[in-house]
Design a protein around this ligand. Structure first.
Ligand code: AMP
Length: 571
């Protein structure tokens, strides 16, 4: 069975194609959203999801979040005694989702389709693939997130001929895709985006406003526990603002109580640069697709951050019409991944849907341009595959060495849209041995092949000798070799993972610990005693006692949280 996985910056989901439809799978807590968060217990046991989110506040030094942003880099995150690569942290999320799917399906799950932002670079895609392998999953295909969202909607509108735009604002990334659907054929016409723009940035903007308006010293930012608590409170207030006119961010530091009431006007003002940045990718995707906004039949929203009324209003204004909101924006990508999984498994119900995709960046090489017979202007970018070409694609261009008697040709590979290579992203280099011959006989055919997974293969053939060198993209510190992946797979097996059937108990305890730190006086003392009581029940290992004990503790936590939420209401 192939599962579809939305590996998100803030939340991840797993879904499957079953009985002719996409179905979301619940985790051990009975929820479909698993926070993309990892934490280590005191004894080094790995906790994934909501329990880890709670511990992010009480034990920031043992917890990690937002690591999707570092995929493709070799940045290490220290949790306790061990350092983790972004691929390993992602693999832990994938492993948890795999276990959830196995519990739901009652059979082993070894294959997955994983979604990635359309704008993910080659290195980021390879890192995602590696994360799958480290989690023990064969990654059948990497699917662009907006394409997945479109697939989820495409099924509903299969009969209609339409063009639509997917506006996907998640926790950490923003993607825009223009798609066309006719006779069951779905084609991505263009995609654009911003890898560093998402819901979390709005939280950052509000945190800055909190410091600024309350005139707090910058040194407070070094207090990790305070910052983790402030982030959680700000996130909650931001979400409340999607439902009501104002909300209060309230955090205690020592004996001081800091509170700021926020409303839409403040959000709009502090995050004005972010709202502005939402326009550019939309304009570019439309331009690349050769469409005007009036040519679009509908606008599809994906990603939790599109719940913000300010974002919805901006979208409505930009396109002069209301966006479609039939599907839950948090779920569309995972549902689409399951549709693709069904497609892959050749489910009869999906046979008529064909999909094509596009290359998100232009890919090419560095060239020199002859200004006259003697001087060359160096450092120019010569695209071989143009941005938004339909993939899979293979293109070849012929290059001639600049100097007579040159013994090798150094191909520098770049991605990007700028005229000069210095403004683009360097992907790697390839040296080609040249024959000792006249310049025109040293011509080299450079072939770029970009596959449906967004992976780039480069081959250079010397015309005279017909010798071909294949490209290894070098100089990319973010990439893992097959050997390293196998090594990490072994290392993963040594990690203790918290048992799935104990997750509910552990999550309640993590939440109690977090609230305990936030409370004071009698409430705190009372909670402490209740936690102790529940820990004793757990030690007794009798499920008939544990289950009602857990429910009672949860209810107490709800009541305490409601109480502090009441404190947060504006007066
Ligand atoms: P995703 O990566 O799609 O899971 O997006 C999660 C992002 O959506 C986070 O930054 C959340 O803060 C944001 N989000 C989820 N629900 C809401 C809401 N009701 N209002 C505002 N932002 C939300």
């Amino acid at each position: 069975m192939i599962v579809g996985i939305d590996l998100g910056t803030t939340n991840s989901l797993v879904a499957v194609w079953r009985d002719g439809q996409a179905q979301l799978i619940k985790n051990g807590l009975g929820e479909v959203l698993t926070p993309s968060c990892i934490s280590l217990d005191a004894d080094g046991t790995v906790l994934v999801g909501r329990a880890a989110v709670e511990r992010l506040q009480t034990h920031p030094e043992l917890s990690a979040a937002l690591f999707k942003r570092h995929m493709g880099s070799s940045r290490l995150t220290r949790l306790g005694k061990r350092e983790f690569r972004p691929e390993e942290l992602s693999a832990l999320i994938l492993k948890a989702l795999k276990a959830d799917a196995e519990a739901f399906l009652g059979e082993p799950v070894t294959e997955a389709i994983i979604t990635v932002p359309a704008y993910f670079s080659d290195a980021q895609r390879k890192a995602t693939r590696a994360a799958g392998q480290i989690a023990g999953l064969k990654v059948e295909r990497l699917l662009n997130e907006p394409t997945a969202a479109a697939l989820a909607y495409g099924l509903h509108q299969r009969e209609a001929e339409s063009r639509f735009l997917v506006f996907d604002l998640g926790g950490g990334t923003f993607d825009v895709s223009v798609l066309e659907l006719f006779d069951g054929v779905m084609e991505v016409r263009a995609s654009a985006g911003d890898n560093f723009l998402g819901g979390e940035d709005f939280v950052n903007g509000l945190i800055d406003a909190f410091f600024e308006r309350l005139q707090l010293t910058a040194g407070l930012r070094k207090d990790e526990t305070f910052m983790a608590r402030l982030r959680a409170q700000t996130e909650a207030a931001k979400r409340l603002l999607s439902l009501q006119a104002s909300a209060t961010i309230q955090v205690r530091h020592g004996d001081a109580e800091h509170a700021l009431t926020i409303d839409e006007a403040l959000l709009e003002q502090t995050c004005a640069p972010l709202f502005k940045r939402l326009r550019l990718p939309v304009e570019r995707a439309l331009r690349d697709a050769g469409l005007r906004s009036s040519d679009l039949d509908s606008i599809v929203l994906a990603g939790g951050a599109t719940r913000m009324p300010l974002v919805r209003r901006l979208v409505t204004m930009m396109f002069g019409r209301f966006p479609s909101t039939e599907l839950d924006p948090d779920q569309v990508v995972a549902l689409g991944a399951a549709v693709q999984a069904g497609l892959k498994a050749r489910d009869a119900a999906l046979n008529e849907i064909v999909m094509t995709d596009v290359a998100p960046y232009s890919l090419g090489v560095e060239v020199g341009i002859w200004l006259d017979q003697r001087s060359v202007s160096q450092g120019h970018f010569d695209p071989i595959i143009e941005r938004n070409s339909t993939v899979p694609i293979s293109r070849v261009k012929r290059y001639i060495p600049q100097a007579l008697g040159q013994s090798q040709l150094d191909l520098q590979i770049y991605q990007g849209e700028s005229r000069m290579v210095r403004d683009n992203i360097h992907l790697g280099s390839l040296s080609v041995e040249l024959p000792n011959a006249a310049v025109q006989d040293c011509a080299v055919d450079v072939r770029f092949t970009y596959d449906v997974n967004g992976l780039l293969q480069i081959d250079a053939t010397v015309l005279k000798t017909q010798e071909t060198s294949g490209l290894l993209i070098q100089g990319n510190p973010g990439l893992l070799s097959e050997g390293q992946i196998a090594e990490l797979l072994r290392a993963m097996a040594e990690l203790k993972i918290h048992p799935r059937d104990q997750l509910e108990n552990r999550t309640v305890l993590a939440r109690a610990e977090r609230l305990y730190e936030q409370l004071r006086g009698m409430e705190r003392e009372h909670l402490g005693l209740q936690v102790l009581g529940f820990e004793r029940m757990l030690a007794g290992q009798d499920d008939r006692v544990i289950a009602p004990g857990r429910r009672a503790l949860s209810q107490l936590l709800d009541a305490l949280e409601r109480h502090s939420a009441l404190d947060r209401e504006p007066t």
